[in-house]
Ligand binder design. Structure first.
Ligand SMILES: Cc1cc2nc3c(=O)[nH]c(=O)nc-3n(C[C@H](O)[C@H](O)[C@H](O)COP(=O)(O)OP(=O)(O)OC[C@H]3O[C@@H](n4cnc5c(N)ncnc54)[C@H](O)[C@@H]3O)c2cc1C
Ligand code: FES
Length: 264
């Protein structure tokens, strides 16, 4: 894990209220693996006190930079989206357990909303591997579909779903997953997105007996295992810290019913 003061190299709005920030962070770029995240504090002072967690979207080892993609939802992300090139943020990472690489020849990537970064990073790392990549991307509306071109550039076939029917399948991205699992070839599923999407994805994979890894999100204060703010219920009892034992979990490791109920 590296703690660095990173210069912002680029800031761009890729959809309404959705931003990509590129940081100069060679140590983190070199160590990063798909599924891992960074903690970022945007301001020069301690306001807000707590850093914010973001999945790594791209890590360019040669250029020494790391990108995050985020939706502005509150103070921390708003502050980040005003950090122009030339300014600095404090960042530590890469953190957490990454995705295990697939052993099947078919890979299904499922992303909802701003859950797309870790699956794009994984697709980029698998781009040269001899496997078929299928990206299933969902959003509330077409204007919020992000990361799609990156998946295509990595060689993935992409199928889209929007809640309002403005592009692709009119409905949930998990509807596309059920259909994709009917197609031939043993697959591994990788998913990141909102909680209901992850719960549905995990249940679909478990029912079909298909290997599935999911990158979870939980409120995080420290990001390094100390505060227990990010716990999720494990299957069979006890709990796991999303920042340390996760954020990536196999579908069978989590008690999805308890997580859905909000109990740990
Ligand atoms: C491992 C991990 C990876 C993440 N990766 C990304 C990413 O790649 N892109 C991205 O946009 N966001 C990501 N998030 C979520 C991101 O950390 C939060 O959106 C951010 O902390 C919000 O900070 P804020 O100060 O802007 O909002 P706050 O003022 O802290 O909160 C604003 C609203 O957002 C809700 N909220 C805050 N954090 C979360 C969360 N983790 N899940 C659901 N709702 C939340 C709050 O309940 C509140 O309603 C990730 C979170 C984790 C734990
Ligand atoms: S965020 Fe503190 S233990 Fe996970």
């Amino acid at each position: 894990m590296h703690l660095v003061t990173s210069e912002v190299l680029d800031l761009r709005e890729v959809a309404p209220d959705h931003w990509v920030t590129t940081f100069d962070a060679p140590e983190i770029a070199a160590a990063a693996r798909p599924g891992q995240f960074v903690m970022v504090r945007a301001g020069p002072d301690w306001d807000p006190l707590l850093p914010r967690a973001f999945s790594i979207y791209h890590a360019d080892i040669e250029a020494g930079c790391v990108e995050i993609l985020y939706r502005v939802v509150g103070r921390g992300t708003r502050q980040l989206a005003t950090l122009e090139p030339g300014r600095f943020a404090t960042m530590w990472g890469p953190l957490g357990r990454p995705f295990d690489l697939p052993e099947t020849e078919r890979v299904i990537l499922v992303a909802g909303g701003v859950g797309v970064p870790p699956v794009v990073f994984l697709a980029e790392r698998l781009a040269q591997a001899p496997m078929r990549l299928l990206g299933l991307v969902g959003a509330s509306s077409r204007k919020f579909l992000v990361g799609v071109e990156h998946l295509r550039r990595a060689g993935a076939e992409v199928r889209l779903a929007t809640d309002d029917g403005s592009l692709g399948h009119h409905g949930l991205v998990t509807d596309l997953l059920a259909a994709a699992l009917q197609e031939p070839g043993q697959a591994t599923i990788y998913a990141c997105g909102p909680q209901p999407m992850l719960v549905k994805t995990a249940r679909t994979a478990l029912a079909a007996g298909v290997s599935c890894q999911l990158a979870l999100e939980a409120p995080m204060a420290c990001g390094v295992g100390a505060c227990l703010g990010c716990t999720v219920p494990r299957a069979g009892g006890s709990f796991a810290r999303v920042c340390c034992e996760g954020p990536v979990f196999a579908a069978q490791e989590i008690d999805w019913e308890a997580w859905e109920r909000g109990s740990i």
